[in-house]
Design a protein around this ligand. Sequence first.
Ligand code: AMP
Length: 296
Amino acid sequence: MTETIAIPTNAALQTDLRVVTTRDEMREVIAGARSDGKTIGLVPTMGALHEGHLSLVRKAKSECDLTIATIFVNPAQFGEQADLVQYPRTLDADLHSLSTLHVEVVFAPNNSEVYPPNFSTWIEPPDVGKHLEGEHRTGHFRGVATVVLKLFNMTMPDVAYFGEKDYQQLQVIRQMVVDLNLPITIRGCPIVRESDGLAMSSRNVRLDAQRRAQSLALSQSLQLAADLVNQGEADAVRIIEQMRAKIAGAGISQIDYIALADPETLEPVSQVTGPTRVLVAAHVGTTRLIDNRQIG
Ligand code: AMP
């Protein structure tokens, strides 16, 4: 868990963006903001920023006096070492994008700053994290919930912004905030997509032209589910069957799950009788992609 980040200086960035790497400095920044009566908005990210992340930043900027974006590739939420090693890291470009949006503070801690020696206290994720990603990525939400609580404690935000792109993660965090009485408002923000429908993701850069074309089947399968429901189909099994055929038809053979679920608990539903979340996860070549949308 050792990773050292070379942080460019503010002079090199030619910006007022304050790049903070330690908990102590973060504490100073927060104390200053609080004594000035400022509200704090937090946007946690793993970097390799794209328009999806930046939409959260814009929302935070529009609602809070001080926006803190965090950039931390959290080793504790990766199952496979290869995925962690291959995760894109584009710190210079990220800082440039954030300074263009006039973000005030970036918190980019090293691993040792987040996970001190002998670290061994973990958050057990709530039930909403048990299925879907929870089944296919053992320990993932334990790592997510733990690091998000740590980031909350280190930045003490009033409002924290998360994307619906990781819909189950959003529900896990919402439940954690309720369960642990955290005085933080959680804002879910809509998924930002490429013009052809592919949900933006830091992992998309790993797709070659053929995989990129195949990956479209995910968002198309979600659209298909919406169309079927609009045409009067309500049976989850039949909808999932047609979605599976669409995804498999694009040459994607490893589908982790296709689910129709209650939007709050993510318990599977057998009939679409009201607002329903449809979620998919599949491996496109060696890249695992997820997507979801509301139907019904
Ligand atoms: P990540 O860097 O992948 O951990 O994502 C950081 C935050 O950005 C999470 O709250 C994600 O849900 C959100 N996010 C990632 N991709 C998108 C997207 N395409 N649209 C909206 N939010 C996104």
